[in-house]
Ligand binder design. Structure first.
Ligand code: ADP
Ligand code: MG
Length: 253
């Protein structure tokens, strides 16, 4: 899939009386890791759901390359190469690590709706043909030794890595990560961070939504700070860290 820049142009979303996302504009270029931080309720997950096509925009536009994907449905967005992870781990706990990654290839062929697919045990029979490809991904991320371990037996940090590998099997050109290191210790987070760097190094853009400031600062070239739905600061980590509005709204809190 040809990599394209994701562009948000004046994106807004209203829930009743609440403007959860207000006039947000930024872009994520191929190979770039862009951070999105902000306190609880800032609108981060809403923004991810808008990009992923799970919520409609109230106003504004979302573009992938030159294509306007503002009104595209979730399966269409997934087919366009935008993949996402969720705030909670979604793996088949009784199935092997290898099968969990292979399901990513299967989803690409059949239905990009992983959540729906994961509810269908019958799908497992069809993933065997893609096991070799899945194994290659495991090798790349030093997880080959876990190939035949049930996913549910892994540590939380390793489960998150398996999720990332499954996402990669979709061959996305952009990945949306909603709090990928929540609940991890620094060692686990850093291991995942190196995987993200490897993914970005292949030209895949990453939008990293995170609470863990240290982690975001270490990975992102550019960080957008969201507060009450609005971008209050945007720039390189050092600049954002010392921005008075950010300190007041977020870091100081
Ligand atoms: P974050 O992910 O940054 O914690 P959210 O995007 O989940 O923030 O929420 C932003 C705001 O939008 C909050 O005020 C939240 O209550 C509201 N909100 C989110 N989703 C819905 C929804 N489906 N219906 C109504 N309000 C919502
Ligand atoms: Mg959230």
């Amino acid at each position: 899939m040809t990599a394209s820049t994701l562009s948000l142009e004046g994106v807004s979303r209203r829930f009743g009386g609440v403007l959860a996302v207000e006039n947000v504009s930024f872009s994520v270029a191929p190979g770039e890791i862009v951070g999105l931080i902000g306190p609880n309720g800032a609108g981060k997950s809403t923004l991810v759901n808008l990009i992923a096509g799970l919520l409609r925009l109230t106003s504004g536009r979302i573009l992938l390359g030159a294509a306007d994907i503002s009104t595209a449905e979730a399966p269409e967005i997934a087919r366009a190469g935008i993949a996402r992870t969720f705030q909670t781990v979604r793996l088949l706990k009784d199935e092997s690590v290898l099968d969990n990654v292979a399901i990513g290839f299967h989803a690409q062929q059949k239905s990009p709706l992983l959540a729906r697919l994961l509810a269908l045990p019958a799908a497992l029979a069809e993933v065997r043909a893609t096991r070799e490809q899945a194994f290659a991904i495991l090798e790349r991320f030093d997880m080959a030794g876990f190939a035949h371990v049930p996913a549910g037996a892994l540590s939380y940090g390793h489960q998150r890595r398996v999720e990332m590998m499954r996402t990669l099997a979709l061959r996305p050109n952009l990945i949306l990560l909603d709090e990928p290191v929540a609940g991890m210790n620094d060692v686990e987070a850093d291991a995942l961070g190196r995987i993200f760097q490897g993914i970005a190094g292949e030209g895949i853009g990453i939008l990293l939504i995170e609470h863990n400031m240290r982690f975001v600062m270490s990975l992102c070239g550019r960080i957008n700070v969201l507060d009450s739905g609005r971008i209050i600061a945007s720039g390189p980590p050092a600049q954002v860290r010392s921005d008075p509005a950010v300190v007041a709204a977020y870091l100081g809190a």
